[in-house]
Write a new protein. Structure first.
Length: 294
């Protein structure tokens, strides 16, 4: 079945004249006559019977007319809706994969903005699982991710949002937090580190310290950045946290730059080619970019 055949049939039944129908469709008369012959074979019916002045539809053609128009109108409505996406009325579900840090600093502001601009768009936040992300995006289980892109996933599209770096936080009035401005002073502070996979007591920072002959004092290892501010606020522990995390509400903390530490990471939008042309997904991605880029 060729959809163009059904469009041609709709026009033929409306015009009941091959020449006029061909002109309306932008086809030659022989081309439309060939399509009519294919339609006759398909439905095993003449469909249009010639008379001395015009063609008249058969009983089978009249039976087909209303469901044919209804189906094509529904298809046209779907195409028009897709082409002219209206966020204020669109009903759409969007699945986003991200870490808890990104959920707090990026996803929550996006969800609040959607509530105002597109109240019928529902967002499902999934916990980011890097080993399965490419498959989830390809299968449609996740529509896009907000994460550090993997250079090995060349099949995925990415759009840079921002570059994130770390600052050191400790409780208000921490007596030694400023020591961290030197490598030796930093290594001498008791610290919380974050291991998203759980259980690790080292990060790339420890390799950097080891290269300079230092080893820091790691006390607890947390699975999430979100609990770190509360841990350091009521102890002498300190921790490196992404700078944007401090934009969220939390306990008052001392915050210092660590001038010798240049480690940073990129945060980007990541999606599969299958979602590239979807107007709703594109609009949401543009919203995310507008709220967070820079």
């Amino acid at each position: 079945m060729d959809l163009n055949l059904l469009v041609s049939l709709e026009v033929l039944l409306a015009e009941r004249n091959v020449t006029k129908a061909a002109s309306r469709l932008g086809l030659s008369q022989p081309a439309l006559s060939a399509q009519l012959n294919r339609l006759r074979d398909l439905f095993e019916d003449p469909l249009l019977v010639p008379t001395h002045r015009r063609m008249i539809p058969t009983a089978k053609a009249l039976e087909l007319l209303e469901p044919l128009r209804a189906s094509l109108d529904q298809f046209r409505k779907m195409l028009q809706s897709h082409d002219s996406f209206a966020p204020e009325t669109a009903e759409l579900k969007v699945a986003i994969a991200c870490t808890d840090y990104v959920e707090a600093t990026v996803a929550i502001p996006v969800i609040l903005a959607l509530r105002k601009q597109a109240p019928k768009i529902r967002v499902a936040v999934h916990r980011l699982n890097p080993p399965t992300l490419a498959r989830q995006l390809a299968d449609g289980d996740v529509d896009f991710a907000i994460a550090t892109p993997d250079p090995l996933n060349q099949d995925l599209r990415t759009q840079h949002l921002f570059e994130e770096n770390y600052v050191l936080v400790g409780r208000k009035g921490h007596p030694r937090i400023k020591d961290a401005r030197t490598v030796e002073g930093f290594a001498g502070l008791e610290q919380v580190i974050v291991s998203p996979s759980g259980g690790s007591f080292s990060t790339p920072v420890d390799a950097l310290l080891a290269a300079q002959g230092c080893q820091r004092r790691v006390a607890p290892s947390a699975a999430s950045f979100l609990i770190v501010p509360g841990m350091v606020a009521s102890s002498d522990l300190v921790a490196l946290v992404p700078r944007r995390l401090l934009r969220t509400a939390g306990p008052p903390l001392d915050v210092i730059e660590v001038p010798w530490l240049s480690e940073s990471f990129e945060v980007a939008l990541i999606w599969h080619e299958r979602s590239q042309g979807h107007q709703g997904h594109r609009w949401v991605r543009e919203l995310v970019h507008g709220l967070t880029a820079g």
